[in-house]
Design a protein around this ligand. Structure first.
Ligand code: SF4
Length: 101
């Protein structure tokens, strides 16, 4: 058995022994020949953390002519925002407002 397979086996054993499912992808990447570029469920990179409404100074009324319905981040189908947490009014506004193209 070559050195790379021994190393991979050792990582697998450690993963099983500790019940660490996150170590398994590391075992595949241990020899450098297999590398996953797809985010794993639960990875921080696969989740987008939205900004709390208070932090974005969200308000349920427009600011002048600026309102969520005209913002590039607004998702009309669900009355949500790509950046801000919770339900968003089409007539709302926050400091992250950006004109829809
Ligand atoms: S104005 Fe703010 S809350 Fe409204 S859609 Fe744009 S980013 Fe989201």
């Amino acid at each position: 058995m070559d050195k790379i397979n021994q190393s991979r086996r050792a990582v697998f054993r450690a993963a099983v022994a500790t019940g660490c499912v996150l170590c398994v992808p590391a075992a595949f990447a241990a020899d450098g020949t297999t590398k996953s570029t797809k985010p794993m469920p639960g990875d921080a990179s696969s989740q987008v953390k939205k900004t709390p409404q208070a932090s974005a100074q969200y308000q349920a009324k427009p600011k002048g002519e600026q309102k969520c319905a005209l913002c590039t981040h607004f998702v009309a189908e669900s009355n949500t925002c790509k950046l801000v947490e919770g339900k968003i009014s089409p007539d709302g506004w926050c400091t992250l407002w950006a004109k829809k193209a």
